[in-house]
Design a protein around this ligand. Structure first.
Ligand code: SAM
Ligand code: SF4
Length: 333
């Protein structure tokens, strides 16, 4: 009945989402997951979108409690890629036929507005790729300059919409400000990605229901829902990882509510269990993000423990095993 209300009548109530997120009965879960998978097929189709992330710097000026890149994780070996190194790597991805590159880093202001504008223009000129930025919070004028230079998408996760929890985990951030940044990005014409973390200490199903309703309200185009994975050298290092089933339920409910948004089956999910990433593609997800950071740096982008390497070979094998379609733009290699 709740599923019918959401899927057919398009009525989204907090308590209904919470109810679905709390389902435990096997038959009920099968119903939820197949409803999400059917809707994904109907509104997006069978093609799994493939995007590639270059994690170009692991320096960060912030201290998010869950993240291994936090400034006070003194044990982490830090690196910065040079602009030519980043451009070279995007050229390699373009040669594979990949169309969207995600440039991700900690909040690292050593890459200032001018150098990032130059980088965006050069990538555009050399590859014509779509560019997603995931640099954390930046001033409005910088978002505007990057957009003008040719950046297409911006990924800035809200992480949690629970004000108290957000405050506890983000000593340098403010939830209302993060929401304002999301609005700015939309107003500037970016295609905006958001998302949350499942299984943060103190978070409950109602929090997750509210996150999903916020994604709906903001009409975000991409929703990255990943489990919390403990990271060495952080205040949450000894907390248990987020639950895989809870993450899958959140992905399914997000698909039912946000309908045509892009939902990745995340690297964090693969880190807890590689098969779970494949399962993610059967409960509403339609996107895979490759980890395409050059080998010599990859091992130091330790957002959390034992981060797995999601590469093109693994992505294609998942797509094949599930009988889904790989994107036409990929070159045969
Ligand atoms: N600094 C940028 C930012 O915060 O948006 C981009 C890099 S940050 C490492 C990218 C994402 O990693 C965050 O949005 C957060 O959701 C995720 N993340 C960080 N630590 C995590 C953890 N321990 N478990 C799961 N996800 C985590
Ligand atoms: Fe820095 Fe982003 Fe990690 Fe927060 S989540 S510590 S801003 S890299």
């Amino acid at each position: 009945k709740v599923l019918r209300k959401i899927v057919n009548e398009l009525i989204y109530e907090e308590k209904d989402l919470e109810y679905l997120l709390k389902l435990e009965d096997k038959e009920d879960l099968t119903g939820l997951f197949s409803a999400a998978d059917n809707l994904r097929r109907a509104v997006i189709g069978d093609t799994v979108e493939i995007r590639a992330a270059i994690e170009f710097s692991n320096f960060c000026q912030k201290n998010c409690f869950y993240c291994g890149l936090r400034k006070h994780n003194w044990a982490l070996k830090r690196y910065r890629m040079t602009l030519p190194e980043i451009v070279d790597q995007t050229c390699r991805l373009a040669a594979l036929g990949i169309r969207t590159v995600i440039l991700q880093s900690g909040e690292d202001y050593r890459y200032d507005q001018d150098s990032l504008v130059r980088l965006i223009k050069e990538i555009k000129n050399k590859t014509g790729m779509r560019i997603t930025l995931s640099l954390g919070e930046r001033p409005w004028r910088e978002y505007a300059a990057f957009r003008k230079a040719g950046a297409n998408n911006y990924l800035l996760k809200i992480e949690t919409t629970n004000e108290d929890l957000f405050k506890k985990l983000h000593p340098d951030d403010d939830l209302q400000e993060r929401m304002q940044h999301t609005l700015w990005l939309k107003e500037l014409g970016y295609i905006v990605g958001s998302g949350n973390i499942i299984g943060l200490p103190g978070q409950n199903a109602l929090d997750i229901a509210r996150d999903i309703l916020w994604f709906k309200k903001m009409e975000v185009h991409m929703i990255g829902i990943g489990p919390f994975v403990p990271a060495q050298g952080t205040p949450l290092a000894d907390e248990p990882a987020g639950d895989i089933l809870d993450t899958l339920k959140a992905m399914a409910v997000a698909r039912l509510v946000c309908r045509n948004s892009f939902i990745p089956s995340t690297t964090a999910l693969a880190t807890l269990n590689k098969e779970a990433q494949k399962t993610g593609l059967t409960v509403g997800a339609n996107t895979i993000m490759l980890v395409s950071t050059p080998m010599e740096y990859k091992k130091d982008y330790c957002i959390y423990n034992n981060k797995v390497d999601v590469n093109l070979e693994w992505a294609l094998s998942m797509i094949q095993e599930l009988g889904r379609e790989k994107p036409r733009y990929l070159k045969e290699v």
